[in-house]
Ligand binder design. Structure first.
Ligand SMILES: C[S@@+](CC[C@H](N)C(=O)[O-])C[C@H]1O[C@@H](n2cnc3c(N)ncnc32)[C@H](O)[C@@H]1O
Length: 280
C-alpha cells in the first residue's frame, strides 16, 4: 500500500497492513522507500539520453521506470511526453505520485507492464530506454526486441546496464548478485551489444564505465533535486528505523551482506555500459 502526503515534499513510504508479515527482497526494499537506482546516477542518464538524441517534444518510453526518478525529469527538464512502465505496481504508484508532485502529470503516464511484452503498438515512440532493467528479464533478447518493435524508424533504443568489465567474473560474485538481486544476470560489452544487433538496430554506440563505491555514491547523490534528496534521506532514516525495530529486516540484511572477498571483487569486475542503437 502506498500513501501520498498531501503536502508537496516527501512521499510517504509503502508499509504492510497491520499484522502482515513483511517479506523483504531487493525490489521490495526499493519500492518500500520509493528509491530505485542505477549505476552512474543522473550523470549516466544524461549521457544515455544525449546519445538517444533527446530533444523537446519527443515521445519517450522508459521501461522499468522504477519509482519514476528519471521519467518526471524528462517531462519537466527536456519537455518530452513520457510513458513509464514497470513490472511492480508499487513502483508505478510512486512514479505517479512523484509526477504529480513535480507538476508533470499531464505529460506523463505510468503503467504496469513487462519489458518482455510491451502493451504498445509498433513504432509508437521516438525513444525507448531503460536503466538497470534488462539484467532482470529471463529472456533478454525478447525484451530488447520489444524495445525495438515499439520504436519509430529513425528513433533510438538506449540502455544503461551493469556490465562485466573483466570477463569472466568469479563464480561466487555472479552467484551473490543473482541471489541478492532478483536473479539479475549481467553481460559483458559484446553480450549487451549483440542484443541490440539481433533486434535489428543499427549504428550502435557503446560507452563502458568503471565504477568505485565512492563514485557511485557521488553520482547517485549529485543529480538529485531537492525533493528527491529529501526522499533519499528519508529512505535512509526508514532504513535505520526498520533495522532497529524489525527482526525480519535484520535477518534480510544479514542474508544479503556480502563476504569481504565478494565486496572487494565487485567494482573490479562490474561496471556499467551505455548502449544505443538506431531503428532503421
Ligand atoms: C534496479 S531498478 C531500476 C529502476 C529505474 N530504472 C532506476 O534507474 O531508478 C529495476 C527496475 O526494473 C523493474 N523490472 C524488473 N524486471 C522487469 C520487467 N521484466 N519488466 C518491467 N520492469 C521490470 C523493477 O521492478 C525495478 O523497478
Amino acid at each position: 500500500m502506498i500513501e501520498g502526503k498531501s503536502k508537496m515534499g516527501s512521499i510517504a513510504e509503502s508499509e504492510p497492513e497491520a499484522g502482515e508479515q513483511e517479506e523483504f527482497s531487493y525490489f521490495r526494499v526499493q519500492s518500500r522507500w520509493g528509491a530505485t537506482k542505477h549505476m552512474g546516477g543522473f550523470k549516466a542518464t544524461q549521457s544515455l539520453l544525449e546519445m538517444c538524441q533527446i530533444t523537446p517534444g519527443k515521445r519517450v518510453l522508459e521501461v522499468g521506470c522504477g519509482v519514476g526518478m528519471t521519467s518526471w525529469r524528462l517531462a519537466k527538464e527536456y519537455g518530452c511526453t513520457v510513458v513509464g512502465v514497470d513490472l511492480s505496481e508499487e513502483m508505478i504508484a510512486w512514479a505517479e505520485k512523484r509526477a504529480i508532485r513535480e507538476g508533470v502529470s499531464e505529460q506523463t503516464e505510468f503503467r504496469v507492464a513487462n519489458a518482455e511484452q510491451l502493451p504498445f503498438e509498433y513504432q509508437e515512440f521516438d525513444i525507448v530506454f531503460c536503466e538497470s532493467v534488462t539484467a532482470f528479464p529471463e529472456d533478454k533478447q525478447r525484451a530488447v526486441t520489444e524495445y525495438a518493435r515499439v520504436t519509430k524508424p529513425g528513433g533510438y533504443v538506449g540502455m544503461n546496464e551493469g556490465t562485466w568489465i573483466n570477463y569472466p567474473p568469479p563464480e561466487d560474485l555472479v552467484q551473490y548478485l543473482q541471489q541478492t538481486m532478483e536473479n539479475a544476470v549481467f553481460l559483458n560489452h559484446d553480450g549487451w551489444k549483440n542484443l541490440l544487433e539481433e533486434a535489428g538496430l543499427e549504428d550502435i554506440q557503446t560507452v563502458i564505465h568503471e565504477m568505485s563505491m565512492l563514485e557511485q555514491w557521488r553520482n547517485q547523490m549529485s543529480g538529485l533535486t531537492a525533493g528527491d534528496r529529501r526522499d533519499t534521506f528519508k529512505a535512509f532514516g526508514s532504513f535505520f528505523s526498520l533495522y532497529l525495530h524489525n527482526p525480519e529486516f535484520r535477518k534480510y540484511t544479514r542474508k544479503i551482506r556480502p563476504p569481504r572477498s565478494t565486496l572487494r571483487q565487485f567494482f573490479k569486475y562490474l561496471g556499467y555500459g551505455i548502449y544505443v542503437g538506431r531503428k532503421v
